[in-house]
Each structure stands twice: as structure tokens, then as C-alpha cells.
Design a protein around this ligand. Structure first.
Ligand SMILES: C[S@@+](CC[C@H](N)C(=O)[O-])C[C@H]1O[C@@H](n2cnc3c(N)ncnc32)[C@H](O)[C@@H]1O
Length: 264
């Protein structure tokens, strides 16, 4: 299997939307007033959950007139948060048909479909017009992307001049081997963790100016919030993957890093 197929296979599953909705409904039995934010434990597939999403989006100064592209949108947590909190139009794109379908169902269910669309892509952004977005985000995706310079060149192309790109990624912050499975990959065939400097070099090479680099690891440690979590999607063995990630973080090998950059 090539890398794209391995990544798609990793982020897939049958009837995920029903599982997610059942899990959040069971967590709040009798509640007829669930909101998009009740999905937070399940639909933020990254360290630090919804607070980390909100931190990144705030760093991008989003406004209601902005169009945001969320690359590797997963099941749509970041896209829904951007639309609900900032009122902007969002397009979320992802390799996984299964995840895009779940993202659409959940977004419709929580009344945000007039602001948020989703599309399946094949690993690049070729269907998207030049300069058609004001902001772009990449949240815990680059670890699955072997050619980050190519992806960042694509993001640069689809942003308007002066547009801003926010990344929140697991980056290599120290020496040491990684122990698999990790949340994003079962082994090193589909894992391409890079250092902070490698990210910054790739962004500059694509034509971005770096505005902010911030290690957010300390803000993301601690027990997960009560209620259903990503194991609803990935199954019980997801805890082993998270435990390996936590160990790598505790030893300083991995960190959760925010970068924002402006398209020159
Ligand atoms: C760890 S999940 C994060 C999902 C989402 N950004 C979030 O934080 O909830 C990584 C996602 O990136 C997607 N992905 C990986 N490589 C991609 C690529 N080249 N283009 C689009 N999506 C990609 C995967 O299919 C998966 O849904």
C-alpha cells in the first residue's frame, strides 16, 4: 500500500457518525439540546482538544468575512468551531471519504451546514482555486505528510496575498526513537514527524513569513476530559497509541507546537 492508502486506511470506519452521536447522547442522556461543542471530546483529533483548537483559531484573527480552508479536517471539529465561534465560511478537506462523510453529517446535525462545506481530496489541493482563501489551518496532519514543502506550496497558492496559515502539529523537539503505534500511524511507513526547524524551513521555502512559533506542550498535558473520547472512532486500542504519544512528550522527543505564518 502506498502512503496515501495507508493514511486513508488509518482514518476510516463504518457507521462512524452514528457511533459518535450515540456516544455524546449517552453521555448526556435526555438532553435534546446537544450542541456542536458537545462533540468536543470526540471531534478534536489532536492534543489539547477544543481549547487547543480555539487557541489556534484565535491566533489567526478570524472574522466573519474570512474564508478558511482546514486541510486534513478529520471529522470536522476545527471547521465547526471556526464557523460557530468566528462566523466564517469554512471548507474542510481530507483524504478520508469516511471522515468527510461523518463531518458532513455532524455539521448538518448541529446546524452549521450553511457555513461549512467538506470535500475529499487525494493528498494535494489541486481542485482549489488560486488565492481563494483568507486563512488556512493544518491541525495534527503533517505527521502523515511525507512532502511538507509540496503541501505548504499548495497552501501558499490557495491563500490570497496577506492570507494567514496556522499550524498545530506534533513536532520532533528532541532526540529519541518513537515507539509505535502512535495516534496517527501504526508504524513508520506512514509517519513523517519533522522538527520545528524543518517546518519553518518548508514554510519559508514556500513563501511564508513566520509570525509565531509556540511550544504548547505544557498546555496539552493532563488527563483527558471526562466523557467519550477518540476511542469512539479508533477503538479501545487508541489508548495505547495515546500512551506512546504521552511518553514521547514526557521524554521531550515530541511537542505540540503552534506556528502561524503569513503568505507573502
Ligand atoms: C490526526 S487527524 C486530525 C484531524 C483534524 N485536523 C483534527 O485535528 O481533528 C489527521 C487527518 O489528516 C488527514 N490527512 C492526512 N494527510 C492528508 C493530506 N495529505 N491531505 C488531506 N488530509 C490528510 C487524515 O485523513 C486525518 O483525517
Amino acid at each position: 500500500m502506498d502512503v496515501t492508502e495507508l493514511v486513508k486506511d488509518h482514518y476510516s470506519g463504518g457507521d462512524l457518525a452514528s457511533r459518535v452521536l450515540a456516544a455524546v447522547s449517552n453521555d448526556a442522556p435526555g438532553s435534546s439540546a446537544l450542541t456542536w461543542a458537545d462533540l468536543a471530546g470526540v471531534d478534536n483529533l489532536h492534543a489539547g482538544g477544543l481549547p487547543a483548537t480555539r487557541y489556534l483559531l484565535s491566533a489567526l484573527d478570524l472574522s466573519a468575512t474570512d474564508r478558511l480552508l482546514d486541510v486534513g479536517c478529520g471529522i470536522g471539529g476545527t471547521a465547526r468551531c471556526a464557523a460557530a465561534d468566528h462566523g466564517c465560511q469554512v471548507l474542510g478537506v481530507d483524504l478520508s471519504d469516511d471522515f468527510v462523510r461523518v463531518a458532513e453529517i455532524l455539521t448538518e446535525r448541529f446546524g452549521l451546514a450553511d457555513l461549512v462545506d467538506f470535500a475529499t481530496t487525494t493528498g494535494d489541493l489541486s481542485p482549489i482555486d488560486d488565492g481563494s482563501f483568507d486563512r488556512a489551518t493544518l491541525v495534527h496532519v503533517g505527521m502523515n505528510v511525507p512532502d511538507k514543502p509540496a503541501l505548504f506550496a499548495d497552501v501558499h497558492r490557495v491563500l490570497r496575498p496577506g492570507g494567514r496559515f496556522g499550524l498545530y502539529e506534533q513536532m520532533r523537539t528532541g532526540d529519541g526513537d518513537l515507539t509505535y503505534p502512535l495516534p496517527w500511524a501504526l508504524d513508520d511507513q506512514s509517519s513523517f514527524v519533522a522538527t520545528v526547524d524543518e517546518y519553518l524551513d518548508a514554510l519559508r521555502g514556500a513563501g511564508f513569513t513566520i509570525d509565531l512559533v509556540q511550544d504548547r506542550t505544557a498546555d496539552t498535558v493532563g488527563p483527558p476530559p471526562a466523557g467519550p473520547g477518540p476511542e469512539v472512532i479508533f477503538g479501545a486500542q487508541f489508548r495505547t497509541r495515546v500512551a506512546n504519544n504521552v511518553d514521547a512528550t514526557a521524554s521531550g522527543t515530541l511537542g505540540a507546537v503552534v506556528v502561524t505564518a503569513t503568505r507573502t
